[in-house]
Design a protein around this ligand. Structure first.
Ligand code: BGC
Length: 751
């Protein structure tokens, strides 16, 4: 059914229009019954449906309907699997349709700047490319059902500390290349129906009041055509936010936002067209959902639960294994720790799902020969010495011990950050005691973000289940006994200590400002640039088999692609994740630009082809106002992780942009060198200087001196040349004029 939304808006009163720009309650939008505009519902998200019927809140306090709790994004990201994310999105979309929910408030896509951010478990990765690709796949899956996704929290919302007032101080290059990049990918590639603006300020302006962000970049540059909704309670000044491009304020509280909009129109402060546009964007989505031909199918909860188990298997990362895993069914194994009974499978706050069914690994006892002891308390508390000794004794006497460790609920949640990166000491101490008496000690982790592991060298295996959703216990059982292959890869670095992290000195800031002084060096980019040891690197994950890479080729013709052959050289079938990284000439680090999963039988080889987009070679320039390739020899790396690079190749690329230059007396010789229009003239001038200082013969100067002279000259501004007595002030002025003419001609040619 084709609606004439503009005609509908022309029939609305000012109050009705202003009213549509905020909710009816916590989760619903207002209806305008006389015009046939229905009230639709939005719900959290992102890894399950948190639809509230009774008392509502956005902090995860009150109950919501029972729903399938899929792996949280921390876990889903470890799958490195777009197909899986699309499938998860597809199930979420189906559940939304069944429950009459028009927009699911997710995915949450903020970058893990520090391992301490309280909401990291809801976010995908420290890497924007991985985040964007996986979130995009999830969005496509959700929207297949004509249910909207909501990419959140836009943008640079990387901490919980003072999240509603603090300003993320971040330079433009870093913002574009790291913190906006994933949003750019999803808006361009997956077209989410909505975007949620974040609570925080960016460089002093609230994200929800930033015209640059919400209108110029999001809509103008990336082509976003949905509505922007505020995070719940994020609006600071309703009129400013409307002008910036924020369409919908949520939740409803006392109607003052609507009144302010209407008053601003009446007083002439706000152009009514701005309001009309916001209403149009909201109604477009309302009717896209309402008029959809998608059937309201009832979904099969058992089927979705089974899919949640399958997903949890694909999200687990085998971080270490000396061969103890997989275990044999029937062998006597000691399971230690209360997470074996009731796993920790999701985090706290607005994403908290009322899960359909949760089983612990201990419930999967069929055919297993298990003994059990608590060893520590589920909330991190230490038990009595007798209890601890009992656990150690049981662990010692068995063939192997599996300790189900992890962060207690209160350690990671929306609303506050972690203060350290440690597991409760009760757990660390127990792991060390057991590892000292049982060589086959396996640690299973239930965590939403990295922890320090002082015992990592002492245990035989570490299996990170992350917060794998309601299927995590069943998945752990399958992985431990080898019924499933571990295929996950770390979507974030695990540093050895908190002090090693890139923003250690600046996180979370003084409450007013959080200065992103590490720039683009986030996560593995930083550890690589500094050549630092990490506990487990980005991209790391073991398998029960082995792989080899060979025959890497790069094709520079359109599309850019890398091909290589992967062979399963081990004794079991397995799945490899090929990761492609690129480093630009003179760049201190590399970055992920492509990945692909491939399943191989024993001895099987397959060719993998990974297409790269232009951004693989580009960087953002504020001066140019766009992404560009600066040209030169780029290195392409193919690896099993960011630290296990198997093959590298060089590729020489042409520049596709030149940083604009306007010459004045403070322009340096180096800048003139970098620009193709001025380079020949400045080369000639330098050669002249060399000749002058060497008494007319350049050859008489040693090579060393020539190098020194050149290096010193590069850093000098034009105005300093007369002080070297190489050139007069008059000549400098003439040179400035001449260079600007050359630049003008160059720019005209480029147009
Ligand atoms: C969170 C959002 C969430 C909203 C509604 C806010 O506190 O930041 O992610 O969608 O509440 O529950």
């Amino acid at each position: 059914m084709k609606r004439d939304i503009k005609a509908l808006i022309s029939e609305m009163t000012l109050e009705e229009k202003a009213g549509l720009c905020s909710g009816k309650d916590t989760w619903r939008l207002k209806a305008v019954e006389r015009l046939g505009i229905p009230s639709v519902m939005v719900s959290d998200g992102p890894h399950g449906l948190r639809k509230q019927g009774g008392a509502s809140d956005h902090l995860g306090l009150n109950d919501s309907i029972k729903a399938i709790c899929f792996p949280a994004a921390c876990a889903a990201a470890a799958s490195f699997d777009e197909e899986l994310l699309e499938k998860l999105g597809d199930m979420l979309g189906r559940e939304c349709r069944a429950e009459d929910v028009a927009v699911l408030l997710g995915p949450a896509m903020n970058i893990k700047r520090s391992p301490l951010c309280g909401r990291n478990f809801e976010y995908f990765s420290e890497d924007p490319y991985l985040t964007g690709k996986l979130a995009g796949a999830q969005i496509r899956g959700i929207q297949k059902h004509d249910v909207g996704a909501c990419a959140k929290h836009f943008a640079a919302n990387n901490q919980e500390y003072r999240r509603m007032t603090c300003s993320s101080e971040v330079d433009e290059k870093t913002l574009r290349e790291i913190y906006l990049r994933a949003f750019e990918i999803v808006v361009r590639e997956a077209k989410p129906w909505s975007v949620m603006s974040s609570y925080n300020k960016i460089n002093g302006t609230y994200a929800g009041e930033s015209h640059d962000l919400l209108t110029k970049t999001l809509r103008g540059e990336w082509g976003f055509d949905g509505f922007v909704v505020s995070d719940w309670g994020a609006v600071n000044d309703r009129v400013l936010s409307a002008e910036a491009g924020l369409d919908l304020e949520m939740p409803y509280y006392d109607g003052s936002g609507d009144r302010k909009l209407a008053e601003a129109v009446l007083s002439g402060r706000l152009d009514e067209k701005v309001l009309d546009k916001a209403v149009e964007r909201i109604l477009k989505i309302v009717f896209r959902f309402y008029d959809s031909a998608c059937e309201k199918e009832n979904f099969d909860r058992e089927k979705h639960h089974a899919a949640a188990v399958q997903a949890a298997k694909k999200c687990a990362v085998l971080m270490k294994n000396n061969g103890v895993l997989p275990l044999g069914r029937g062998e006597e194994i000691a399971y230690i720790g209360p997470f074996a009974k009731v796993p920790r499978y999701q985090g706290g706050g607005s994403s908290h799902i009322n899960a359909y069914r949760v089983k612990g690994a201990l419930d999967m006892a069929q055919g297993n020969n298990l003994i059990y002891a608590d060893g520590f308390g589920a909330n991190g508390e230490a038990l009595s010495k007798i209890e601890v000794d009992k656990a150690v004794q049981k662990a010692k006497n068995a063939r192997a011990a599996v300790i189900f460790a992890g962060l207690p609920d209160s350690y990671e949640s929306e609303g506050y950050d972690r203060r350290h990166m440690k597991l409760p000491s009760s757990q660390n101490e127990l792991i060390e005691k057991i590892a000292a008496v049982q060589p086959n000690t396996v640690v299973v982790l239930h965590i939403g973000s990295p922890v320090e592991m002082p015992w990592a060298d002492d245990v035989a295996a570490i299996l990170n289940m992350y917060l794998g959703g309601e299927g995590v216990g069943e998945a752990a059982d399958a992985l431990l006994y080898g019924d499933a292959e571990p295929v996950g890869r770390l979507p974030e670095s695990f540093p050895e200590r908190l002090e090693d992290t890139p923003c250690y000195l600046d996180f979370p800031g003084d409450g007013e400002r959080s200065v992103y002084s590490e720039g683009t060096y986030v996560g593995y980019r930083y550890y690589d640039a500094r050549n630092m040891k990490v506990l487990f690197p980005f991209g790391h994950g073991l398998s029960y088999t082995e792989f080899e890479f060979s025959d890497m080729k790069i094709s520079a013709s359109n599309p850019f692609c890398v091909t290589l052959t992967v062979t399963n050289t081990g004794a079991r079938m397995g799945t490899e994740t090929v990761q492609i990284y690129v480093s630009a000439p003179d760049e201190k680090c590399k970055r992920l630009v492509g990945f692909k999963k491939i399943c191989l039988d024993v001895g099987e080889s397959k060719m993998v082809r990974i297409d790269l987009d232009d951004r693989a070679y580009e960087q953002f320039s504020g001066k140019l106002g766009r992404w560009y390739c600066r040209g030169g020899a780029f290195t392409v790396h193919a690896g099993r992780s960011s630290r296990d690079i198997r093959l590298t190749e060089k590729i020489v690329l042409k520049a596709n942009g030149v940083i604009p230059l306007a010459v004045d007396q403070n322009t340096t010789i180096a800048e003139l060198f970098e620009h193709p229009a001025t380079r020949p003239t400045v080369e000639k001038m330098l050669a002249g200087f060399r000749a002058a200082v060497s008494g007319g013969s350049a050859e008489r100067r040693s090579e060393q001196e020539a190098v020194m002279l050149r290096e010193m000259a590069l850093n000098a501004p034009l105005r300093a040349l007369p002080t070297f007595k190489l050139i007069t002030t008059q000549q400098v002025n003439a040179l400035i004029g001449q260079m600007n003419v050359l630049l003008d001609e160059y720019n005209k040619k480029g147009e």
